[in-house]
Design a protein around this ligand. Structure first.
Ligand SMILES: *[C@@H]1O[C@H](CO)[C@@H](O)[C@H](O)[C@H]1NC(C)=O
Ligand SMILES: *[C@@H]1O[C@H](CO)[C@@H](O)[C@H](O)[C@H]1NC(C)=O
Ligand SMILES: *[C@@H]1O[C@H](CO)[C@@H](O)[C@H](O)[C@H]1NC(C)=O
Ligand SMILES: CC(=O)N[C@H]1CO[C@H](CO)[C@@H](O)[C@@H]1O
Length: 472
């Protein structure tokens, strides 16, 4: 085939592609400039990578499309495996993926050990990013899941931030797409809102998360926005400067699940602030959070094909009633449009970095982050011995930074955070043709950007005509 034909073909195929996601201010946008709201499903059929068996992915993606999902979250992947099949299957179904960079042997905090962010982990995270960055339907990466669970775990928070800093720098240095990097937090009242604020705070956005997300199971049964405590989550997140969403939700007691919380999250109460939710989880297992099963439960010791722990983990997904329909019914009626990227001015500023409160939040302000491989004990003692003067004038502040210093840092950040808007559409004087022609091309480009769907449609019609003209 001629290079021209190949190019045209590539353009044609691109027209069908999924539009990648990025962040601006507190919101997620597709490259079409539309705000994106997550309607996701936690998807981990097996402990190992579920994105390698394309036959299974096809079966599941088809039913997820029926359900109305636009995202999955995968907690463990094998960066050495081939994901092309599954990733394109999900992309074709309009489904994005949220991928955890860590796995069983690379957690920043686990099992009561001191927090770690070291070279081995950095390289392991890099491999996952290297493998997945090429797929347009990767919506984001998590540097960790639910690692901090009590107030004193807060000493690990700078390590989480350091991991995000380094993965963002690695992404940019490799010239990868600006795939958002975030953290998925456990919903711990004692850590709230300190952790949320800490991970976003400071004037240097290279050292903050791109998004924050929460695993919250507060809304159970016939609760309501107030009774569930979602109103408090909303209070804590109002005017937050980076995107925030539920990375797990779906309380299962009492059964059946109604998913009524979706109406709050994706509706008037929260959609101005929150970017949607991921439901825990796709497969029915012993914990009873499944939306589907691959057959009746077995004896936990059964050794049937694809069975682990008493549950078959492959095959045709069968909806669990009424949970599946309940969720599907909600999602069908909830399609917030939010704001278009062009119309949105990201004026939110980073929250102040929380100050030290023994047992609750043991990181004092905007402390310098640990370097790769820093030992927790050495790092912490350096912080406590730092004097207020040590870091005067630096954006990083000092270990003994005060609330005032953090607030000052945030104020500085505010001017930087004010978004640069696209130039307004020019007005062309009708007596001079040159400026008009000069303006035509950018206007056309802008029109395409704003009307991407229409443009793809037109282009889809034009390309076969051009091809036919060349061939005939
Ligand atoms: C990094 O930490 C992990 C545990 O999270 C550990 O298994 C590994 O040996 C450490 N590597 C280095 C170089 O310290
Ligand atoms: C922001 O943070 C990055 C990563 O730590 C660092 O390289 C850069 O120098 C910082 N910028 C400022 C202005 O401090
Ligand atoms: C954040 O939430 C907690 C409890 O969930 C609440 O006590 C606190 O007042 C909230 N803070 C703000 C600033 O809304
Ligand atoms: C929103 C929704 O569809 N709710 C339904 C969930 O399932 C129960 C039990 O079948 C129904 O009564 C609800 O109407």
């Amino acid at each position: 085939m001629s290079p021209l034909l190949l190019t045209l073909l590539a353009l044609f195929c691109h027209a069908l592609a999924i539009s990648p996601i990025h962040t601006k201010g507190s919101k997620l946008f597709t490259s079409d400039g539309a705000q994106f709201f997550v309607k996701g499903i936690a998807y981990q059929l097996i402990e190992d990578d579920p994105l390698v068996d394309n036959v299974q992915c096809q079966l599941d993606a088809a039913l997820m499309k029926t359900l109305g999902a636009n995202s999955i979250r995968v907690y463990h992947v094998d960066p050495t495996a081939d994901h092309d099949g599954c990733m394109s299957t999900f992309a074709d179904a309009g489904i994005y993926t949220w991928i955890d960079l860590d796995t069983f042997n690379s957690y920043i905090l686990w099992n009561g050990n001191p927090p770690q962010w070291n070279q081995t982990m950095y390289e392991a995270y890099q491999k996952v990013m290297d493998t997945f960055q090429k797929y347009d339907n990767v919506a984001g990466f998590f540097v960790g899941n639910e690692m901090l669970t009590i107030g004193s775990d807060s000493v690990a928070a700078p390590f989480v931030k350091a991991a995000a800093r380094d993965m963002k720098a690695y992404r940019d240095q490799k010239g990868y797409r600006k795939i958002p990097v975030g953290y998925s937090a456990a919903d711990i009242a004692a850590l709230r809102p300190n952790l949320q604020n800490y991970l976003a705070c400071g004037s240097n956005s290279s050292e903050a998360l791109d998004f924050y997300s929460l695993n919250a199971y507060e809304w159970c049964g016939e609760a309501s926005y107030e009774v569930s405590g979602y109103n408090m989550l909303q209070q804590n997140a109002t005017s937050y400067n980076i995107p925030i969403f539920f990375s797990e939700t779906g309380c299962n007691t009492p059964a059946p699940r109604t998913f009524d919380d979706q109406a709050a999250i994706l509706g008037d109460e929260m959609a101005d602030t929150w970017s949607g939710a991921i439901i825990y989880e796709w497969i029915q297992e012993a914990n009873s959070y499944g939306l589907i099963s691959y057959g009746a439960p077995l004896d936990p010791t059964a050794t049937a094909a694809n069975a682990v722990g008493g549950f078959v983990r492959a095959g045709t997904p069968l909806p669990i009633s009424p949970d599946f329909e309940n969720l599907s019914n909600h999602w069908a009626t909830l399609s917030p449009t939010g704001v278009s990227e062009n119309a949105y001015q990201a004026t939110e500023i980073p929250p102040p970095c929380p100050t030290f409160t023994s047992g609750l939040w043991e990181v004092n302000g905007n402390v310098p982050l640990p370097t790769i491989g820093a030992k927790a004990a050495t790092y912490t003692s350096a912080l406590t011995s730092a004097t207020p003067e040590a870091g005067t004038g630096t954006a990083a502040g000092t270990g003994t930074g005060t609330a005032a210093a953090s607030a000052a840092a945030s104020t500085t950040a505010s001017s930087a955070a004010v978004s640069r808007r696209g130039a307004p559409l020019g007005k062309y004087p009708d007596d001079r043709i040159t400026p008009y022609l000069k303006g035509l091309f950018p206007s056309l480009k802008r029109w395409i950007k704003d009307h991407r769907e229409t443009w793809f449609y037109i282009r889809g019609l034009l390309i076969p005509i051009v091809l036919a003209a060349i061939v005939l």
